[in-house]
Design a binder for this molecule. Structure first.
Ligand SMILES: [Cu+2]
Length: 194
């Protein structure tokens, strides 16, 4: 157990703290690819319900729709329009082929493809965002000292005169006087000698 191992130990602690901060950072804003490797499509029977169930969406997370824009797009729709695959009145539309959508409200976010028939054969996803995002990491209130304790301590500090200022100047004065006295006595001694 030398200084080297102690240093290694604290280095590890720092690394762990950094890793924890980084982990917290990524956990706070995850990015999810809709459909994972399949993307946003009707090919290969993607199961977007299972995909959504396999994730845990939090406020601030981003979902990314990746698709061929010649064949698909993304419409944000109401719950009713999601159920009925009604593409006529979306609340938002994306069509670049690589669209990031930030989940900035809690509750369900409904998306469907606007191309004819695609929603009906399963190109639709219901993304639920939980309202209670990570309650365990919420900051806790620091314990406050009791009112009685703080009161008496405050009064004691206020009642006690600040001794330092006066004492210091007194010491300074007597020190100067001592020097003056010794200078005078040396001068007097010199005078005697001469
Ligand atoms: Cu489509």
């Amino acid at each position: 157990m030398g200084a080297a191992s102690a240093r290694r130990g604290s280095a590890l602690a720092v690394a762990a703290a950094v890793a924890a901060v980084m982990w917290a950072g990524t956990a706070a804003a995850a990015v999810y690819e809709v459909g994972d490797k399949l993307g946003w499509t009707i090919m290969n029977n993607p199961d977007y319900a299972s995909w959504a169930k396999s994730k845990k969406f939090s406020l601030g997370d981003t979902i990314v729709f990746t698709y061929n824009k010649q064949f698909h797009n993304v419409l944000a729709v109401s719950k009713a329009d999601y159920k009925n695959c009604d593409v006529t009145k979306p609340t938002a539309t994306w069509s670049t082929g690589k669209d990031s959508v930030v989940l900035n409200t809690t509750g369900h976010h409904y998306f469907i493809c606007g191309f004819p028939g695609h929603c009906a054969i399963g190109q639709k996803v219901d993304v639920p965002v939980l309202s209670s995002a990570a309650p365990s990491t919420a900051p806790t209130m620091a314990p406050t000292p009791s009112a009685a304790g703080r009161g008496s301590a405050g009064r004691a500090a206020a009642a006690a005169p600040s001794p330092h200022g006066n004492a210091a100047s007194t010491l300074g004065c007597s020190f100067a006087l001592t020097i003056a006295a010794s200078v005078l006595s040396v001068a007097a001694a010199n005078l005697n000698l001469l």
